[in-house]
Design a protein around this ligand. Structure first.
Ligand SMILES: NC(=O)c1ccc[n+]([C@@H]2O[C@H](COP(=O)([O-])OP(=O)(O)OC[C@H]3O[C@@H](n4cnc5c(N)ncnc54)[C@H](O)[C@@H]3O)[C@@H](O)[C@H]2O)c1
Length: 251
C-alpha cells in the first residue's frame, strides 16, 4: 500500500529524541519535509542532520511549549518555512511525578500547558490555516494508556492531561471532519525513551507484568504506525485513538 507522503509537509513538536525524533526520521524517509521544535536548537542537531540525508527540507526551532505565545509563534514560523502544512504531530510531552497530595500547582500547570494547551494551540492554528486555504490535513496526538487507565504510580497531572487530549481528539475530529481535516491519537504504553527509562528500570518486573508483550517498545515501532496514520491509508479514520501499548491498554 502506498502512503503517498512524498512532498507533504509535517510539523512535529518535541522531535529532539524519543518518539518525536523517530517519527521525524520515518517521515523524512517517506519524503516528507519537516518543521520540528524542541527546547533548544542544539538538541535538534542530530534529527536535522540525519533527516537531511533523506533529501527533504527540515526547519528546526527552539520553542518552550510551556509558553503559549512561543507555541503559536512556532506554528507561524513552521508554516512560513514549509509554505503550508499537511500533517501535525503533537508529540512533545512531560511526565512529572508526584502523589496527588504532594503535587505543587506549578507542576500541575506546567503539565497542562505542555501536554494539553500546547496541542490545543497548535491544532487550532493548523485548523484555522488549512480551513482558510481549503487544504486537507491530519492531526495526530501522541497519547498514553494513562488517559484511559489513569495513573498507577503517582502521575495524576499527566493522566488528567492525556485524558483531556483524548476528549480534544474526538471533539476536534467532529468539528473538523467536514473541512477534510482528520484528528486521531495513539495511546502508548512504555516506549524506550529518556522519559520513562529510569522509572522502568527501577521497577522492571512490575512494569513487565502489565505488558503482555513483555518488553518496552522501540520508538521506531511507534514511528511505523505514525507513518500509516499520516499517510493516505488512514484517510477514513478520524476521532480514533489507536492503542500501541504492548497490551498495557486493552479496551
Ligand atoms: N515513552 C513512553 O513510554 C510514553 C508512554 C506514553 C506516552 N508517551 C508520550 O509520547 C510522547 C513522546 O514522549 P517520549 O517518550 O519520546 O519523551 P522524551 O522525553 O524522550 O521526548 C520528549 C520531547 O518533547 C520535548 N519537550 C518536552 N517539553 C518541552 C517543552 N516545554 N517545550 C518544547 N519541547 C518540549 C523534548 O525536547 C523532547 O524532544 C509524549 O507525549 C509522551 O507523553 C510516551
Amino acid at each position: 500500500m502506498k502512503n503517498d507522503l512524498s512532498g507533504k509537509n509535517a510539523v512535529i513538536t518535541g522531535a529532539s529524541r524519543g518518539v518525536g525524533k523517530a517519527a521525524a526520521l520515518a517521515l523524512a524517509a517517506e519524503g516528507v519535509n519537516l518543521a520540528v521544535c524542541a527546547r533548544t536548537l542544539d538538541a535538534l542537531q542530530d534529527t536535522v542532520k540525519e533527516g537531511l540525508h533523506e533529501g527533504v527540507k527540515i526547519y528546526a526551532f527552539a520553542v518552550d511549549l510551556n509558553d503559549p505565545e512561543q507555541t503559536v509563534q512556532f506554528m507561524r514560523d513552521a508554516e512560513n518555512a514549509l509554505g503550508g502544512m499537511d500533517i501535525l504531530i503533537n508529540n512533545a510531552g512531560i511526565w512529572l511525578s508526584g502523589k496527588c497530595t504532594d503535587i505543587p500547582l506549578e507542576d500541575w500547570q506546567k503539565t497542562m500547558n505542555v501536554n494539553l494547551t500546547a496541542p490545543f494551540l497548535t491544532s487550532q492554528y493548523f485548523a484555522r490555516s488549512n480551513i482558510e486555504k481549503r487544504r486537507p490535513g491530519k492531526i495526530i496526538n501522541i497519547n498514553s494508556q494513562a488517559a484511559f487507565n489513569g495513573s498507577t504510580s503517582g502521575h495524576v497531572h499527566y493522566a488528567a492531561s492525556k485524558a483531556g487530549l483524548t476528549a480534544m481528539t474526538v471533539s476536534m475530529a467532529r468539528e473538523l471532519g467536514p473541512s477534510g481535516i482528520t484528528v486521531n491519537g495513539i495511546a502508548l504504553g512504555m516506549v524506550d525513551t529518556d522519559l520513562i527509562r529510569d522509572a522502568y528500570f527501577k521497577n522492571e518486573a512490575a512494569y513487565n507484568a502489565r505488558l503482555p508483550i513483555g518488553r518496552l517498545a522501540e520508538p521506531e515501532e511507534i514511528a511505523g504506525i505514525l507513518v500509516f496514520m499520516a499517510g493516505s491509508g488512514s484517510d477514513y479514520m478520524t476521532g480514533a485513538t489507536v492503542d500501541a501499548s504492548g497490551g498495557m491498554l486493552m479496551r
